[in-house]
Design a protein around this ligand. Structure first.
Ligand code: NAI
Length: 481
């Protein structure tokens, strides 16, 4: 029986390995992690991440050919193929701080694999890493290998949170990069044999190592760039009276462009886009390409601009102050159908409002109070470390933040409502009831374009919706970021 071990039981390691176990009953898959609480959760009825369809997949295989364990070294020792899906945070100190990837966790994993191995192994980079990481890992491993042979493959993950299971069942492509040597090609074929259990041959692309590593960074940069492009246009729409939904529909019907990832919003979030673009920027700078670095940096700058523009709209509309006003925040996750809050725009929006002394009342159907409190007080980039290494204390001035259990409680006696995640349930709320229970004038700031503006205006709300023609009220109160 082929044995797979995956180091890192996170958003990527957990779902990808569960699907491999489901589709390949003859392979034993063990997911290991240094975080005891995470492994305990994977072994419980309440999995550590919310992902539609994941519970069913785990339930079908756990205890049969899918296992979760903290015995990292034992399972690495026994495995034929070791996936590494650990955190790759942005460095906060030293060379490349604020841009370069911090490969501490990756390096620790590589050294441990070399230490405990007694047989040849294929080591698969699942984490998103800078180009040429495989080469560095290869050096670490061969210098510590004691005669054992390691083949390093790059197999970046393209799943999207919220649709991870669907994406893993039916991916657009699987990418495997390896050395262009007979041993490298053999390793590629071994991994290909795993995926070909359920993925058509034509969708499994093989490349050299560097192309695979760069393709992942490039794909995320292109996706984020589309969002920043439409968000940049949204501010022009507001200034001119064009409607960003109409513009993006008209643009997206061009088959050369396509309709996906063209929704204007308060900004992109998630653990990957910003981190991976910063990484790309750093690689460009290191390779003497400052103009190229500057080009990609702009994608992040527009994202930051969009978030502060949103906060400024809120404050400017409410007579230039939100001090002591109650603002309801509907949605905290970085997108719908996930409980993930990493780099969610809600953090910056809440911090901006709190900076203007607002009282915020937050509701998200999938995010816990503890998580929200931690997100609001954690330093930039600290979130991207194993849970047990993250700071746990929250400061005492959280009195202006409350986290509540439903949208009606969040909006009761509020002056304004900010919609920051596009959860389907926010479309179906009883906005008349919400209006009746709010202070007047009552404002809705829709950061995801989910509400029916005309209907809400009929009720009596003053509505701001990103990139849509402005309410007369807002026209008189321009917000310059
Ligand atoms: P995560 O933070 O959810 O999971 C990483 C896990 O690795 C943590 O549970 C941590 O405790 C564990 N870990 C760290 N060092 C370890 C070690 N030495 N031994 C054992 N366990 C260790 O991160 P996530 O989201 O799963 O991302 C992992 C990688 O995949 C990152 O490089 C990310 O950029 C990439 N990626 C993430 C996607 C996403 O949607 N979240 C999509 C595609 C790629």
């Amino acid at each position: 029986m082929v044995k797979i071990c995956c180091i890192g039981a996170g958003y990527v390691g957990g779902p990808t390995m569960a699907v491999i176990a489901l589709k390949c009953p003859s392979i034993e898959v063990v997911v290991v992690d240094i975080s005891k609480s995470r492994i305990a959760a994977w072994n419980s009825d309440k999995l550590p991440i919310y992902e539609p369809g994941l519970d069913e997949v785990v339930k079908q295989c756990r205890g049969k050919n899918l296992f979760f364990s903290t015995e990292v070294e034992k399972h690495v020792y026994e495995a034929d193929i070791v996936f590494v899906s650990v955190n790759t945070p942005t460095k906060t100190r030293g060379l490349g701080a604020g841009k370069a990837a911090d490969l501490t966790y990756w390096e620790n994993a590589a050294r441990m694999i070399a230490d405990v191995s007694k047989s040849d192994k294929i080591v698969v980079e699942k984490s998103t890493v800078p180009v040429k990481t495989a080469e560095a890992i290869e050096k670490i491993m061969t210098h510590n290998a004691k005669g054992i042979k390691f083949q390093i493959l790059s197999n970046p993950e393209f799943l999207a949170e919220g649709t991870a299971i669907q994406d893993l069942f039916n991916p657009d492509r699987v990418l495997i990069g390896g050395r262009e040597t007979p041993e490298g090609e053999k390793a590629i074929q071994t991994l290909k044999n795993v995926y070909s259990q359920w993925i058509p041959e034509g969708k499994i692309l093989t490349t050299n190592l560097w192309s695979a590593e760069l393709s992942k960074l490039a794909a995320n940069a292109f996706l984020a760039q589309r969002i920043s492009s439409v968000n940049a246009l949204s501010s022009l729409c507001e200034a001119t009276g064009a409607n960003v939904n109409q513009v993006s529909y008209a643009v997206g019907t061009d088959t050369r462009i396509g309709p996906k990832f063209l929704n204007a919003s308060v900004g992109f979030g998630g653990s990957c886009f910003q981190k991976d673009i910063l990484n790309l920027v750093y690689i460009c700078e290191c390779n003497g390409l400052p103009e190229v670095a500057e080009y990609w940096k702009q994608v992040i700058k527009i994202n930051d601009y969009q978030k502060s523009r949103f906060v400024n709209r809120v404050v400017a509309s409410m007579f230039n102050t939100v001090s002591n006003k109650k603002i309801a925040i509907l949605g905290f996750a970085f997108k719908k159908d996930t409980g993930d809050t990493r780099e969610t725009p809600a953090i910056d929006v809440c911090k901006g409002l709190l900076g203007d002394k607002a009282r915020v009342s937050i509701f998200d159907p999938q995010v816990t109070e503890d998580q929200i409190q931690r997100d609001l007080w954690m330093n930039k980039f600290d979130w991207d470390h194993p849970i047990h290494l993250q700071p746990t204390s929250t400061p005492s001035n959280e009195k202006n933040v409350s986290v509540v259990l439903d949208a009606y409680e969040a909006t009761k006696d509020a002056d304004g409502v900010c919609i920051l995640t596009e959860w389907d349930e926010f479309k179906k709320l009883d906005y008349q009831k919400i209006y009746d229970n709010m202070r007047k004038p009552a404002f809705v700031f829709d950061g995801r374009n989910v509400v029916d503006c005309d209907k809400l205006r009929e009720i009596g709300f003053i509505v701001y919706s990103i990139g849509k023609p402005l309410d007369p009220w807002l026209k008189d109160m321009p917000a310059v970021a």
